[in-house]
Design a protein around this ligand. Structure first.
Ligand code: AMP
Length: 220
């Protein structure tokens, strides 16, 4: 089963993807995680993409598409994948369809999370992530704090903050999202596979609620 996660940064795509992955037994691939790991490991890819991430801009399509197609060809994804953060442009969405078509596969559902802009900034500046690459559990210092400050509840590793999770870069990331990524929502709506969910404190609905319902629906 192929699931894609859509939505602005901070809507909780990573959290929902992680819960769906556990509930459905399908691996998650996050384009942002691939780029951050490459930057951390000082690989050629990391050096090429670092500036884009630090400014909150999208990595160019040709490079991103190649990185994701290489990853999608790996045998661990033969039975499905949850794509978190990909596609983000119309070009990426079209190329993904073609790539999957070539493998006789198609996207089951495109989950689109919507949250008011002011809430997104607040969420992102309070986001902390487990530094253990096998765990990567996501916390929020206000909404979902760890039991022990600075440490992951699940594995005890230190929590870290992403460099681009600050207000200035986040504003750029949001502008980029509304300009370059939002148009692909219509692309999936036209295909009849779009599932939009509002996630907001103001309606007391969080990513965990959405994930629970979707697991039940997709298991059937
Ligand atoms: P994320 O972890 O999904 O918030 O992504 C972090 C950063 O990685 C983004 O701000 C972009 O610079 C880059 N990135 C992630 N996914 C993509 C993509 N599909 N296309 C282009 N750039 C991306």
């Amino acid at each position: 089963m192929i699931i894609i996660m859509l939505g602005a940064p901070g809507t909780g795509k990573g959290t929902v993807a992680g819960l769906l992955s556990e509930g459905l037994g399908i691996p998650t691939v996050s384009s942002g995680d691939i780029f951050r790991k490459a930057i951390q490991d000082r690989t050629e890819l990391g050096i090429q993409v670092e500036g884009y991430l630090s400014r909150g801009e999208l990595v160019p399509d040709d490079l991103t598409i190649k990185v994701i197609e290489d990853r999608l060809n790996k045998p661990d994804l033969a039975n499905g994948v949850i794509l978190d953060g990909y596609p983000r442009t119309t070009m990426q969405a079209e190329k993904l369809d073609k790539f999957l078509e070539g493998q006789g596969k198609k996207i089951e559902i495109a989950i689109n999370l919507e949250t008011p802009r002011e809430e997104l900034i607040e969420r992102v500046v309070n986001r902390r992530i487990c530094s253990n690459s096998e765990c990567k559990t996501i916390y929020n210092l206000k909404l979902n704090p760890p039991k022990q400050a600075g440490l992951c509840d699940k594995c005890g590793s230190e929590l870290t903050q992403r460099k681009d999770d600050n207000e200035e870069v986040m504003n750029n990331r949001l502008d980029t999202y509304f300009k370059q990524t939002q148009p692909i929502i219509e692309f999936y709506e036209k295909k009849g596979i779009l599932h939009t969910e509002k996630v907001s404190l103001s309606i007391n609905r969080m990513g965990t609620d959405v994930a629970k319902e979707l697991i039940e629906r997709l298991k059937k």
